[in-house]
Design a protein around this ligand. Sequence first.
Ligand code: ADP
Length: 322
Amino acid sequence: MKRIGVYTSGGDAPGMNACIRAIVRTAITRGLEVTGIEGGYAGMIAAKFLPMNMRSVSNIICRGGTMLKSSRCPEFKTQEGRARAAANLRAAGVDGLIGIGGNGTSEGAHNLWLQERLPIVICASTIDNDLYGTDYTLGFDTAMNTALEAIDRLRDTAAAHDRTSFIEVMGRNNGYLALYAGLAGGAEEIVIPEVPTDVDALCQRLLDAQKRGKTSSIVVVAEGPVTGGVVALAEKVSARTHLDVRVTVLGHVQRGGSPNARDRINGSRLGAAAVDALLAGETDKLVGLVNGQQHLTSLEDAYTKKKPIDQKIMDLAYILAR
Ligand code: ADP
């Protein structure tokens, strides 16, 4: 292997830049050349390539977003799209790939490997933390702390006015952010897709909390169709309980911002581990961390298998919110 390509794809996450930096500097240290691919799979198809050296990644470790840009690229889901991407990469002398992304990025990488046999590994990165085969995904920690800061602020104003504050956090099909930010923020209720929501029971618990002397409550809700959306839920609860409710949707603020120390450290570790995995002949793998150690998982397992929620954490949140 002489030259590797590096790209970021799908939802951006804080720490992606730290990971790019680690990939570029580790690869060059190991004697490889590095080509940056701008805009993920779309950049492969459009041949948006840039040479990268040690200085290309200066001063990015502290920045959110991704210096290589990201995209969603429907064309890459077609055989022709992937064939064009591979032809462009080969013409640019790229004979190995490291991507940084989540579920969709992993599925795209697996399909590229099956079709084109270009060695490829993916660094686990998504603020949702929903990839199987890794305890941790890059960006989750910073996003969780961003959500937590918002919850703390909303608690102040909810308490001042004796309100019930509904807060929607990201997580399309999973409740990791909601669960852990909810536990850390002392939420009274956590609504996630993994646990069916009984709205009547939720209303009853909020009223019971009031009887126990609570004057305000926090309800953290994971976004997405399974939870039914935070606005509809808050309206139902308000109609049934007559509690004074307010709704806040955190949205994309959770993606941005300077990555925290953990995401910078783990981004650095994942990036270096990905280079070493490729050089050791690995391909079609997700690079993650299990019990604090780097860990490889087949890409297919990573995006098809479901990482379960820890019910004990959910139970703990409810006990501690009494
Ligand atoms: P994430 O990696 O954050 O989960 P997406 O789900 O948006 O992000 O996926 C990123 C990109 O991966 C998609 O825009 C598409 O280009 C590519 N991708 C997703 N699924 C497939 C697939 N089945 N085959 C090929 N490429 C795919």
